[in-house]
Design a protein around this ligand. Structure first.
Ligand SMILES: [Zn+2]
Ligand SMILES: [Zn+2]
Length: 366
């Protein structure tokens, strides 16, 4: 076996260490809460039953969402984003970057792309040899391009992206509920043990650690959960929060934002009954995104209208792109809000209403 192969195997095994650590802590917390606290310490049957029912509910939801976050395969760009054989051979032969870009531009004209690199070039992954769809990034840990990549999470040993972002948010939410419930119910027994109101037994140490571990995890997950709630509300990935996506008109950190309610629906889906379940209900296909290319702020009508027309001119110049009907997911995303223009590629199509006006441009994927 080649040394590099052994090294890769070791890396792959070591990557599971944080997941195994969390799994062991969860197994111990289950034993400590159910056996040591509920069965051996709590004498009141009613209290015992209520605690056990709520504990098991939060435990099942927590484990279910954690499992789904770990084992959802990251979504990758489809074959449409690979260069056709002839173009690929030409691309590999060509050494001049500007001519390589020419080939990429020719292939990309039929793809739904609205973002570019910082220098305005088509985003291409040399490692995977694919044109990167909007919001897609290459993960060096997974060694693949991941759709709507958020970040690579060592605690789940998986990439958090289009296929599992909802599961990840639910995993954070249910771990908070799990920890908060344990800490809140254990507190009174924790105090009783240390004021000698309960007989000294080994349950004392389990209860002590249960409280500290639950409180510690609760505090550390709370900030991460709050941050991701903010990202969902803004329709940004962690990567985009650090580096704004670059559109043809320049970088725009709010380029994918469709307003609070539509941003939430993009991750959780439009049927509220499924929002709290770790089932895949995110809208879209991970490749086509509705982009907000023009933002008109009524507070500053003159300057913004100017910049709006400037942005529209940019889109008008992209003659290779034609407007197309909205896909089902985009239709659902746009709903019936009138200040989104379906065919924003025509520069005259930005609608202005009294509250706030946004025109949306959709790129061709036909
Ligand atoms: Zn890649
Ligand atoms: Zn990854």
């Amino acid at each position: 076996m080649a040394p590099s192969h052994i090294l890769r195997c070791c890396q792959r095994v070591l990557a599971w260490v944080p997941v195994v650590f969390i799994a062991l802590v969860v197994c111990w917390s289950y034993y400590a809460y159910v056996v040591e606290l509920c069965i051996l310490t709590i004498m009141n049957t009613g209290e015992k039953i209520v605690y056990l029912v709520i504990f098991h509910l939060s435990f099942v939801m927590f484990v279910w969402s954690y499992w789904k976050t770990i084992f959802s395969k990251p979504a990758n760009p489809s074959k449409d984003f690979c260069l056709p054989k002839a173009d690929k051979e030409q691309f590999e032969r060509e050494e001049r970057p500007e001519l390589q870009q020419e080939i990429l531009r020719r292939v990309a004209k039929d793809l739904p792309l609205s973002t570019r690199t910082g220098t305005g070039a088509i985003r291409y992954c040399d490692r995977c040899q694919v044109i990167k769809p909007d919001r897609c990034h290459h993960c060096s840990a997974c060694d693949m391009c991941v759709l709507k990549m958020d970040h690579h999470c060592p605690w789940v040993n998986n990439c958090v992206g289009f296929s599992n972002y909802k599961f990840f948010i639910l995993f954070l939410a249910y771990s908070l509920i799990y920890c908060l419930f344990i800490a809140a119910t254990v507190l009174q027994y924790f105090i009783k043990f240390w004021t000698n109101e309960l007989p000294d037994s080994h349950a004392k140490f389990h209860v002590l650690f249960l409280f500290f571990v639950a409180a510690m995890f609760f505090i550390s997950v709370l900030s991460l959960f709050s941050y991701h709630c903010w990202l969902v509300a803004k329709n940004r990935s962690t990567i985009e929060a650090f580096r704004a996506p670059v559109f043809r008109g320049g970088p725009d950190k709010n380029g994918f934002s469709l307003g609070f309610s539509k941003n939430v629906k993009e991750v959780f889906g439009d049927e509220k009954k499924y929002w709290l379940l770790p089932l895949f209900t995110s809208l879209g296909d991970g490749v086509n995104y509705t982009t907000r290319l023009v933002h008109v702020d009524v507070e500053q009508p003159a300057s913004d209208t100017q910049s709006a027309s400037a942005r529209c001119n940019i889109t008008e110049n992209q003659s290779s792109h034609s407007s197309r009907p909205l896909s089902e997911s985009q239709n659902r995303l746009l709903g019936n809000e009138h200040h989104y223009s379906e065919d924003g590629l025509n520069g005259n199509n930005h609608n202005i209403d009294a509250n706030h006006s946004v025109a949306v441009s959709l790129e061709s994927d036909s």
